[in-house]
Write a protein that binds this ligand. Structure first.
Ligand code: MOS
Length: 731
């Protein structure tokens, strides 16, 4: 298998010498038309016309408890009911991060509305009806459902997405000695990802071989989770997820539907379809944990940051190691010799907290970017000027160089385009009728990561290419960018490249998550394409370096040879693989940006309208300007939600997630979203990958809510440190 070898001196790649002009172009999403016209089957839409059975999940209407007994007699005897499945496999079916603690908990209800039984019937309606007839007796146990009253009781876990503690120097001492001390605490609530397509699965057994279609982001991990959940070897399971209606982290792990559909299908001896209801999705998959974040910043008397502290407390279920990594960008974004970034997990008996779009930055920068605004205000400085004065030259934690960091360029370009100079210099200074007008800004950053990923390119004798990888397209444009990379590298028109994704029988991939998908899966295609070019060069007896592929021809010197002639009737298959160590690691890699917001706040009602929103970003080479920009629109809209609307409300007495569907959990609708502006600046990061690109998906959500918060302060003079900034908090 071909591997990418990083040059010591980072030079040009084939993509820099490209002649096709396909990379970077805003090509429409390959699967977009299929999705909107109903031609792209989602998980639940497989096996149409086959004799399938339907599942419905019975959930426990109680918080922490023990199951005493289950009586499924009445449900079983309803006409059309095939079976009722219960037991620990059902109870643990939603333990998607596969916490080691969970399997030991026999008969335990860990959170309100945890799956407790599965009804399988001839129709969805019968299964739903029968679910109401399943009688479960519980023994209630004492539970904890909020973190506010138990601050300081958190645990430091080793299994989180970053170390629980990141320290440098002696923060406490430096802070105590600082000429100016800033110390504020911010709160972010729990959130739901609420992807459009619910978690859904269709399971079919052929003997001991399971084929399952499920809406998942990381197929090669998810197939293991499914196998573990049903107690079979992963080699016995094939997982398919060719088209996905959004994930946002909630499908990094499996939902309970996958294991339950497989168990149900086994029990009834025919395929089973199971789509979670929206209420199930909100209460039985995963959520983003609420946070309480203390931000302490010490500065000199003229505003130079000397030390930075960011201590987060967040919630998760018993035994869970994941925590919302709110300090993930704090460790490198801001200067300060003495540093302290910590995360503590307070145990609650509420739905597992896990990854949700931009785990860490999305919540952490709501706090830190508001803090920077407050601090700038204290010095009477413009927040843009304050950030420019406090830009570190290297990674302040590790002393590493930044691979590329155009943060100040983003801020400057944004300020110019937004006409930031027109910002009211004092709070509550501009009024239009009953509306108070304000401007706010924030930085954005998202740590970059590259994951192991592999792909195959098959070229047919007539010179058409098929790209194959188990990668997923969760709506981000993966099909399209992989097609673009292959077309660019191989000198083929786009429509001569087919892309096969979403199937664990294809070469193992990074999957979609953490904004690493495009760069990781894309690099594997790049490496595979290099292997194909080498094969061509070998056949032509020339050096690969001297070969240019264009319009279905290999060009070497003044020779132009059609691919069909080189292939000579053969089908060629080549593989490519990228691994994290393959690229330079002695740098700090992140994507950067800046957000600018204008809001109008109603002086009588406290209603906030976002009037303008501009994001300027850099993320290395942009592979498709349109899909990258659309990802940023999504991030901006999430930012509006986090600033003003979104909050998963947990009843502190019972652990019930009160607003458990899209009628009650408020997300921005069209009327809440102004015309969005996104500008992506030219950038290359050859340290990040052979594509010289970095993650873009989650960049634009980072900080945008704080920019809106800062604009609200500028409009009203009211500083809110508890999100979302609802009307009641402003009055
Ligand atoms: Mo993202 S929260 O890693 O899908």
């Amino acid at each position: 298998m071909n591997k990418h070898v990083m040059d010591e001196a980072i030079g040009e790649t084939r993509l820099d010498r490209n002649t096709q002009g396909v990379i970077g172009k805003g090509v429409d999403r390959y699967e977009g038309k299929l999705k909107v016209s109903g031609k792209a089957p989602y998980a639940y839409e497989h096996l149409i016309g086959e004799k399938v059975a339907y599942g419905y999940v019975v959930t426990a209407p109680i918080g922490r408890a023990k199951v005493k007994s289950i009586d499924a007699m009445a449900a079983q005897s309803l006409a059309g009911v095939l079976t009722v499945v219960s037991g620990d496999e059902v109870l643990h079916s939603s333990a998607q991060p596969l916490s080691p603690a969970v399997p030991a908990m026999k008969g335990e209800i860990l959170h309100y509305n945890q799956p407790v039984a599965l009804v399988v019937a001839e129709s969805f309606e019968i299964a739903r009806q029968a679910a109401k007839l399943v009688k479960v007796e519980y023994e209630a146990k004492e539970g904890h459902y909020e973190i506010e009253s138990r601050r300081g009781t958190g645990r430091a876990t080793e299994e989180g997405p970053m170390p629980a503690d990141t320290k440098r120097g002696d923060f406490e001492k430096a802070f105590a000695a600082a000429e100016v001390q800033f110390d504020q605490t911010y709160r972010t609530p729990s959130y739901q990802a609420a992807a459009m397509e619910p978690h859904a699965s269709v399971a079919k057994w052929d003997g001991d071989q399971l084929t399952i279609w499920s809406s998942c982001q990381l197929l090669d991990l998810n197939v293991q989770q499914i196998a573990n959940g049903i107690g079979v070897d992963p080699s016995k399971v094939r997982l398919l997820s060719p088209y996905i209606g959004g994930g946002f982290g909630s499908k990094l792990g499996i939902g309970p539907d996958a294991v339950l559909a497989a168990l149900g299908a086994k029990a009834v001896g025919r395929p089973v379809k199971l789509a979670l209801t929206r209420q199930n999705v909100f209460q039985a998959t995963s959520r983003r944990g609420e946070t309480i974040q203390r931000v302490r910043i010490g500065t000199t008397k003229d505003g130079k940051i000397t030390c930075f502290g960011h201590e987060s407390e967040t919630a998760n279920a018993e035994g869970e190691g994941f925590f919302e990594p709110s300090g993930i960008s704090t460790v490198f974004l801001y200067p300060g010799e003495d540093r302290l970034v910590t995360h503590r997990v307070i145990t609650t008996d509420v739905l597992t907290a896990s990854a949700c779009r931009a785990p860490g930055e999305a919540t952490g920068m709501l706090a830190t970017e508001s803090a920077l605004d407050e601090l700038a205000e204290r010095f009477g400085m413009d927040p843009v000027a304050f950030r420019k004065m406090n830009e570190p030259e290297k990674d302040p934690q590790e002393d590493l160089p930044f691979s590329s960091r155009r943060l100040l360029d983003c801020i400057d370009e944004g300020a110019r385009r937004f006409n930031w100079a027109d910002r009211p210099s004092k709070p509550a200074a501009r009024r239009e009728g009953e509306w108070l007008i304000g401007y706010g800004m924030s930085s954005a950053s998202r740590a970059n990561s590259l994951m192991a990923s592999s792909a195959e390119i098959e070229m047919s004798p007539e010179g058409r290419a098929i790209v194959k990888t188990s990668m997923t397209d969760i709506g981000t444009g993966t099909y399209t960018i992989l097609q673009q990379i292959a077309a660019e590298m191989l000198g083929l028109p786009l429509d001569h490249v087919d892309v096969l994704l979403g199937d664990t029988s294809l070469p193992e991939s990074s999957g979609s998550g953490g904004s690493w998908g495009a760069n990781s899966a894309g690099s594997s295609v790049y490496v595979a394409a290099e292997a194909l070019i080498e094969e061509f060069a070998k056949r032509l007896g020339v050096e690969a370096e001297t070969l240019t592929l264009k319009d279905g021809h290999a060009i070497s010197g003044n020779r132009q040879i059609p691919f069909a002639e080189i292939l000579n009737g053969d089908t060629i298959k080549v593989q490519g693989k990228i691994e994290p160590g393959d690229t330079s690691s002695n740098t700090n890699q992140a994507s950067y940006g800046a957000h600018f917001a204008e809001v109008a706040v109603n002086a009588t009602t406290g209603e906030t309208r976002v009037r303008r929103l501009l994001t300027v970003g850099t993320a290395g080479r942009i592979l498709n300007m349109k899909t990258a920009t659309s990802q940023c629109y999504g991030g901006q809209i999430w930012g509006i939600g986090y600033a003003l609307e979104e909050e998963l409300v947990v009843d502190p007495r019972s652990g019930l997630i009160v607003n458990h569907d899209l009628a009650e959990y408020h997300v921005p609708v069209h009327a809440d979203v102004p015309k969005l502006d996104v500008v992506l600046l030219e950038d290359r990061d050859p340290h990040a990958s052979p594509l010289a690109g970095k993650g873009i998906g989650e960049l634009a959500i980072a900080g945008v809510g704080a920019a809106i918060n800062n604009a609200i302060y500028n409009a009203t003079g009211a500083r809110i440190r508890s999100y979302p900034i609802t009307m009641d908090k402003l009055l």
